[in-house]
Design a protein around this ligand. Structure first.
Ligand SMILES: [Zn+2]
Length: 274
């Protein structure tokens, strides 16, 4: 029984420690991929511990039921099934909140699929990735979730970027795909809907979103160089009027900045994203 409770407590702690781990945003902004990896590993370990505690609780309740007798036996049976009840309710709450988030992201993938099917004007291979260029006025590039292209880029953005900078954009989107950022964002959004009134819940989704963007920027800069990646971000900012890419470009070009300065950029960038 103590082992089950310890497993549950450790699991719950690890699975919900994300907002605490990623708060502050000093070194996390400087090392976004590492910060995300630490959080997500802790989250997965927490989920595994919670599932393990379910298995232990089932085994405990079953064994106690078989040998029930006397006060101790009855107490063990009741505790075992009470634990299972608590875990079942927790799983129910998470599933209830996860459903709409997962459905929303799936419909976003379907919209992208339709966009590619209807508005694709060009297909090309950049940095080994299948890139679909679609004829829409807005300047954007997204990872091709749910469609046969790896990356989808609007014609206006593809036309505005020199080949080296387009390559950096493609590497940025590949960074999202290969870093599992979609799953991380889904988890953070579900956490936000479970605790909608908790400030940390809402902030957490923004923080994870920001860190995934920064981690993808770093991947692009590692593959294509800081100059081309920052220049592509500046072009995107100019075309969309969104200052967030501009701040991300500043971060890339100021490698080695003091942590306090990086923290300041985080607050400015997060303010723009929220
Ligand atoms: Zn991105």
């Amino acid at each position: 029984m103590i082992a089950i409770l310890a497993c549950m407590a450790a699991g719950a702690l690890c699975a919900t420690a994300g907002p605490w781990m990623l708060r502050g945003m000093g070194w996390q902004v400087a090392r976004p991929a590492l910060a995300l990896r630490i959080w997500f590993t802790a989250f997965l370990l927490g989920v595994a511990a919670l599932l393990g505690s379910v298995a232990f609780a089932i085994a405990h309740a079953t064994a106690a039921t078989e040998r029930s007798g006397g006060v101790a036996g009855t107490t063990a049976v009741l505790c075992g099934w009470a634990l299972l009840g608590v875990l079942g309710m927790s799983i129910g709450v998470v599933s209830h909140h996860a459903g709409p988030v997962v459905e929303g992201r799936r419909s976003g993938g379907l919209s992208l699929l339709l966009l590619v099917a209807r508005d694709e004007v060009r297909r090309m291979t950049v940095a080994g990735a299948e890139v679909s260029v679609v004829d829409v006025p807005a300047a954007f590039a997204v990872a091709g979730r749910g469609c046969d292209a790896d990356i989808v880029v609007s014609r206006s953005l593809a036309a505005a970027l020199p080949p080296a900078e387009l390559r950096a954009v493609v590497h940025h989107e590949l960074g999202h795909l290969r870093g599992g950022h979609s799953l991380m964002r889904t988890v953070s959004l579900v956490a936000g809907t479970i605790a909608p009134n908790a400030r940390c819940g809402k902030d957490f989704a923004h923080t994870v979103h920001l860190l995934t963007e920064l981690a993808a920027d770093d991947r692009a800069a590692a593959a294509c160089g800081v100059g081309d990646t920052a220049s592509a971000l500046r072009t995107l900012a100019g075309m969309t009027g969104d200052p967030a890419p501009l701040l991300r470009a500043q971060r890339l070009t100021r490698v080695g900045a003091r942590p306090s300065r990086i923290g300041l950029w985080h607050h400015r960038i997060r303010g723009q994203l929220s």
